[in-house]
Design a protein around this ligand. Sequence first.
Ligand code: GN1
Ligand code: MG
Length: 354
Amino acid sequence: MRSRIKEIASNFNIAKSNYNFSLIKKGNINVTYCLTGKKKYILQKINDQIFKEPEKLIDNIKKVTEASKEKGLTLVNSKKGKPFFKSEKGEYWRLYHFIEGKTYNSIKDSKKGRELAFEAGKIFGKFQKRTRNIPLSKLNIVIPNFQCPFTRYDEFLEALKKDVKKRAKKCHKEIDFFLRKREIRQDYEKIAEKLPKRVVHNDTKINNVIFSTDRKAKAVIDLDVVMPDFVINDVGDLLRSSACTAKEDEKDLSKVNFSENLYREILKGYLSIGKDFLTKEEIETLPYSVRLITCNLGMRFLTDYLNGDRYFAINPKRKDHNLERSKVQKKLLEEIEKKEEKLEKIYGELCRVV
Ligand code: GN1
Ligand code: MG
């Protein structure tokens, strides 16, 4: 494996050096290595089962990174002058300059955590602001209807109907729960017609933000699903992943809660930039965003469980990994719904200040 990775890396335009490799076990989709030598890089094999047209995805990333004026992800060209390398097996690889800093899989509701939440909100606001002049027609649709609850619901129904692994009997509660979430789709229908499309990041999990040691957000990473869509996708996923008090695959559901303090800080940070460019309708729909994305992800994990784990990478020791992940999103959504009044109040206070 080592020599294979070295050989792949040698196809990129980097200085000759005795590079060391380590596998980064983050992310559910691509395979990622850190490459250390004269300089540091991130080498990734693009998952072509999920991303059927990797060149279109890379093309989006090029456009978006070039539009961002501040330092962020930068692709390294291959020796053939392309921003990727296609191996003889047809695999697509890409190389990024390494960005020094810290990432967090989750954050705590502490003084430090609240600072991180504010910063994360701010950097995704900046991301949308900096990319807002890219004509939407210049971006490729990498995964159609990525966060559309109707599409996600249809995929879920299809998986349920087929039940290829006969797993439905093991998850009746979760199935019923997501079948009953009709109001989220109904709200989406009303909201979608009022919202403009913009360039959105679409994978704003908190571990896709790189922080400096003084807790400032430095850069956002993982631009695979950058596409034209609604800003609620970004805000919802950031709230979902940051204000949740437990890991995304926590088995002890009593640990899964939703922090209103982190909710406040994320929205505050986001709106501190967003107020300059968001429409009234976009601002009004921010509280809905977290219910949408949490419900979508809960359904996506459950769909994949029913399909026999074809999409999200699972820990081979955890046969029900995707079901466990789905349970976390279900519990989180229940907590968010319980706190609806409190969250509305926080949002109302923020809007008065903005
Ligand atoms: C996937 O790249 P990664 O592993 O952070 C997924 C996201 C999910 C996330 C849940 C292209 O993201 O949509 O929110 O897992 N990315 C894609 O952990 O489907
Ligand atoms: Mg990703």
